[in-house]
Design a protein around this ligand. Structure first.
Ligand SMILES: [Cu+2]
Ligand SMILES: [Zn+2]
Length: 208
């Protein structure tokens, strides 16, 4: 009896440690497979992370201001790159700076007035495009030449055509006044940049 007992003890322990070793190897294999798949450059997971996108907005309004604005966002490796904003807007006051923003809504039922406030998903104050804390839609000013035409092309690191803060379906607005970039000490400097009325606007749609 006493011999049997002493034999049973160690045997059971060996079985237990063999099965826990098996579980460890299965776990390690599963983790290695998942990590390997996510790192493999041609796996579907990685390919779906970035596709170059383009968008366009045709601007018009109750004033003589009109134009077209293009947006394009490429890829840097697996991540989206900065967004390029380019376009031509005419009918502006000569040699002037005019507030230029993405507003939150794509609602044109009341012209430019129904496009809501500056697109601000992070709930910061209004600012300059170069500010770390600003509305996502804050693009500063566009500058017109002596004929009242603004031609521009610049990049922005916050505007995106994809993801949770996408600007697709929102509205780009040109104002009648100059955006003070939040530094004008007016009552609306920190909400609208004191940029005045809305001269023209257009809903941002997907482009080919
Ligand atoms: Cu605006
Ligand atoms: Zn703003």
């Amino acid at each position: 009896m006493s011999t049997r007992r002493s034999l049973n003890g160690p045997e059971t322990q060996t079985r237990r440690s063999t099965s826990s070793r098996k579980a460890w190897w299965i776990g390690a294999a599963v983790i290695a497979t998942l990590v390997g798949y996510s790192l493999w450059p041609e796996s579907n997971i990685v390919q779906e992370q970035c596709t170059p996108l383009k968008a366009v907005a045709v601007l018009s309004g109750s004033s003589d201001v009109s134009g077209v604005v293009y947006f394009s966002q490429g890829c840097l490796g697996h991540a989206a790159s900065e967004t390029t904003i380019s376009g031509t807007i005419k009918g502006l006051d000569a040699s002037s700076s005019r507030g230029f923003h993405v507003h939150e809504l794509g609602d044109a039922t009341d012209g430019c007035m129904s496009s809501g406030s500056h697109y601000n998903p992070l709930k910061f104050n209004h600012g300059a495009p170069s500010d770390h804390k600003r509305h996502v839609g804050d693009l500063g000013n566009i500058k017109s030449n002596s004929s009242g035409i603004a031609e521009f092309s610049f990049e922005d690191r916050l505007l995106s055509l994809r993801g949770p803060f996408s600007i697709l379906g929102r509205t780009v607005v040109v104002h009648e006044g100059t955006d003070d970039l939040g530094k004008g000490n007016y009552s609306d400097s920190l909400t609208t940049g004191h940029a005045g009325g809305r001269a023209a606007c257009g809903v941002i749609g997907i482009a080919a």
